[in-house]
Design a protein around this ligand. Sequence first.
Ligand SMILES: [Ca+2]
Length: 166
Amino acid sequence: MKLKSVATLSALSLAALAAQATTTDLGSLGTAITTSGGVATSFGSIVNDDFTFSLGVASTVQSSVSTFLGNINPSFYGIYTAGLDHIVGTADDVQVVGHGFSSGNFDTLAAGNYYFKVFGLSNAALSAYSIAASATAVPVPEPETYAMLGAGLAAIGFVVLRRRRD
Ligand SMILES: [Ca+2]
């Protein structure tokens, strides 16, 4: 009887471990990355996985999450920053954007450390998803560009003023 209790407890511990969130480091996004996770082994299993990545410069991040092997539902994924404490998963984390499970999402992000959070409940005994992401650097206008734009606008204003006087 006691042995059986221990065995049951072990099985429960394993189930709890399976439901825990995992964190995968995608490194510095540049080229396309595809990875998968969140294999739910039973109906109603919670998927809650984080995929950290960093951007050295302001970039457009293209991402998509799709399901295979059954379904993850309801489903959500979003991009978060780790907040002031720089630790993923704490209360000060800030959601930057949110998407459903879909493809071809483009988000422009400043340089920094981020993570994708994928969340859902499985509605099949075997559910899984894959996540694909890549980043393209976005050129930020240099100060000289703004100075030239300002000078151009001033010249146009001067011409308009002279025409009104004439
Ligand atoms: Ca945090």
